[in-house]
Design a protein. Structure first.
Length: 376
């Protein structure tokens, strides 16, 4: 086989099992998958996995573990490997799926999936997985729980409206729906209070939220969601990468003269980020002259309201990244003569870095954030 340059452990994770394939790359740039085994997805299985790879791999080259982000089932293994000092990369499922299509494989099984993951790791230079910040992880759990509650409440309100509109509405059904809506309102308030407490007890998080929420339309809840979903912008190197992570990047399909699909956002990214930017965009269009001008220009260009709103969503997300990196607050009056399009990340921020703990929640649209305050 010659000198080994790279060794990869490809892991297909499900609720109960870890389907593992081992691959290696030699100095002739020839790769091979040479071993396969199944382990339990628990601490005992993790120990057996490490012992097995230690016996089969060349000890002179540290192996890299590669697996898909499969909901929450991969997290226990990820934490275990990180605590043992192992090199680990967690890859989005769509990347593995797209790579799998390039292989001459017609049968899709757990084994073939783990082999594809191993080969993907051998051929790519992947970023190493970083353990999420404990505080941001808690914020992420709470913000996602609140999102589920809001969705459930919206569904209930629609059902209640339909029931009330009937010729002979069922009073007991209406009563139960109102009770459930009241309970959801109570749970949402509890979550908001917990989020406010978490932000106040961490000075770094409190300051980060202050800078981000200074952008028009961005309240404390939105700022906390952005920080938690990006793990404090960890591994985000530029604004283009951030928009791709959120799924705001544009995809286009064109071939010859017969195939020409309309450009649209990919939506292959974090849906919680995209959802969090919707209300801030509407507020910015209404109250910020820069974003209002951007929206009007795009709307006059193609006449599609939603397309213009999505562009504003993307610009606001990019702006929050700039505010975070520059440790400054947003000033919409910085340059009234310049349009938002070419200067969104630079000309619209304050020249100094002095935090001015102004009212973070003055945005008229972010009523959901109204009672959460950042106290200086």
């Amino acid at each position: 086989m010659g000198k080994i340059l790279k060794q990869v452990v490809g892991i297909d994770v499900d609720k109960k099992n870890l389907v593992v394939s081992l691959g290696r790359l030699n100095e002739s740039l020839e790769s091979e998958v040479f071993a396969h085994k199944v382990f339990s997805n628990n601490e005992k299985g993790f120990a057996l996995l490490l012992s097995w790879t230690g016996k089969l791999f060349d000890s002179a080259v540290k192996p890299q573990f590669v697996m898909e982000a499969t909901g929450v089932y991969h997290e226990a293994l990820a934490y275990c490997l990180e605590s043992k000092g192992q090199k680990l990369s967690v890859v989005l499922p769509n990347k593995i799926s797209n790579y799998f299509r390039t292989l001459d494989v017609k049968t899709v099984t757990d084994k073939s999936s783990s082999e594809a993951i191993a080969r993907f790791g051998l051929e790519r230079q992947l970023n190493l997985w970083v353990r999420p910040d404990p505080m941001l992880k808690s914020v992420k759990q709470l913000s996602r729980e609140r999102d589920q509650i809001v969705s459930e409440r919206t569904l209930l309100k629609n059902q209640l409206h339909a029931e009330n509109s009937e010729a002979q509405p069922n009073k007991s059904s209406i009563s139960r729906m109102n009770q459930r809506i009241t309970l959801l309102n109570k749970h949402e308030k509890q979550i908001k209070d917990e989020l406010a407490a978490l932000i106040k007890q961490d000075e770094k998080l409190k300051e980060d939220v202050h800078f981000i929420s200074s952008a028009t339309g961005v309240g404390v809840l939105t700022a906390a969601t952005i920080l938690s979903e990006t793990n404090g912008f960890n591994l985000i190197r530029n604004r283009r990468q951030l928009t791709s992570y959120a799924g705001f990047d544009v995809k286009e399909k064109q071939s010859g003269s017969s195939v020409k699909a309309k450009p649209r956002i990919s939506k292959r990214g974090n849906r919680y980020l995209r959802k969090a930017m919707y209300m801030p965009a509407l507020t910015a269009i209404r109250h910020d002259p820069h974003f209002k001008a951007l929206y009007a220009r795009l709307l006059s260009k193609h006449g599609i309201k939603m397309k213009a709103i999505v562009a504003v969503q993307r610009k606001i997300l990019e702006l929050t990244f700039t505010l975070y990196k520059n440790r400054t607050t947003y000033d919409q009056n910085y340059s009234q003569s310049q349009t938002i399009a070419p200067k969104i990340g630079k000309a619209v921020i304050l020249a100094n870095n002095r935090p001015s703990y102004q009212a973070d929640l003055e945005s008229p649209s972010n009523k959901i954030n109204k009672h959460i305050s950042i106290e200086s």
